[in-house]
Design a protein around this ligand. Structure first.
Ligand code: APR
Length: 228
């Protein structure tokens, strides 16, 4: 079975109604990254950060996977499919994908601020964390999200996965943020790379097959192209 590795970003979830970051009206137009997505921001105003992620968590629990997520899950019938996502929602899992690596953390998880191995899962019925919610060691809980300036613990594993790809597919990412964007450079030479995005994406290589569509239509087109 051929091994397809798929790198996804916020655009993958756009058709489920979740805002991207850098499109017009995106999250980084409504909020300052420094205030809500850095350790300094959390130290300065933890309530603001907890509220930001509580809102996104609630939204994420209220949305559904779109045809793009579902199409990728269905491809597991014909391919080994590894998803490496920058997204913190669980829409790939809820669509049925069985191999999902979250590079930037997961909205549905929170963790201790003194012991990062203490991770707790929230649910649609219990989706909020507040100031004063503590881990078993008595420290404040924080979103299990990789903030700007923090290490990306899963990047090594992601690099190894990309190196094993027979086909690389990139969906719904502006390729603005490293080290995620650098993953394209870890494919074996000669590996076909498909990029699905309704807009132009500047990629530092010229051997990419662009599918200028949204995620749902793009995955459908990709499946047509890969029909063996
Ligand atoms: N289908 C597919 N792609 C889409 C769609 C759609 N319906 N709508 C928009 N896009 C594309 C945009 O054209 C853009 O290229 O999705 C991409 C979204 O880019 P960003 O908003 O920059 O999101 P992303 O690339 O995932 O950001 C990377 O930055 O802020 C951090 O941690 C955050 O994981 C995030 C990282």
């Amino acid at each position: 079975m051929k091994h397809i590795v798929v790198l996804t970003g916020a655009g993958m979830s756009a058709e489920s109604g979740i805002s991207t970051f850098r499109d017009s009206g995106g999250l980084w137009e409504q909020h300052s990254v420094e205030d809500v997505a850095t350790p300094e921001g959390f130290r300065r105003n933890p309530q603001l950060v907890l509220d930001f992620y509580n809102t996104r968590r609630k939204e994420s629990f209220d949305t559904k996977p779109n045809k793009g997520h579902i199409g990728l899950a269905e491809m597991e019938k014909d391919f080994k499919v590894s998803i490496i996502t920058q997204n913190v929602d669980d829409l790939h899992e809820r669509a049925g994908s069985t191999d999902v690596l979250h590079l930037h953390g997961e909205l549905s998880k929170v963790r201790s601020t003194v012991d990062p191995s203490l991770i707790y899962t929230l649910t649609a019925d219990n989706w909020e964390i507040k100031l004063g919610d503590k881990c078993e060691k008595g420290s404040q809980l924080r979103p299990h999200i990789v903030w700007f300036g923090e290490a990306v613990p899963m990047i090594e594993e992601a690099m190894h996965t990309v190196q094993k790809a027979d086909i690389l597919v990139v969906i719904g990412t502006s390729l603005n943020v490293y080290p995620a964007a650098g993953l394209l450079n870890y494919v074996k030479s000669g590996t076909p790379i498909f990029l699905i995005d309704p807009n132009e994406v500047k990629a530092s290589r010229n051997d990419i097959y662009f599918i200028k569509e949204g995620a749902s239509a793009g995955v459908e087109k990709l499946r047509e192209l890969l029909k063996i």
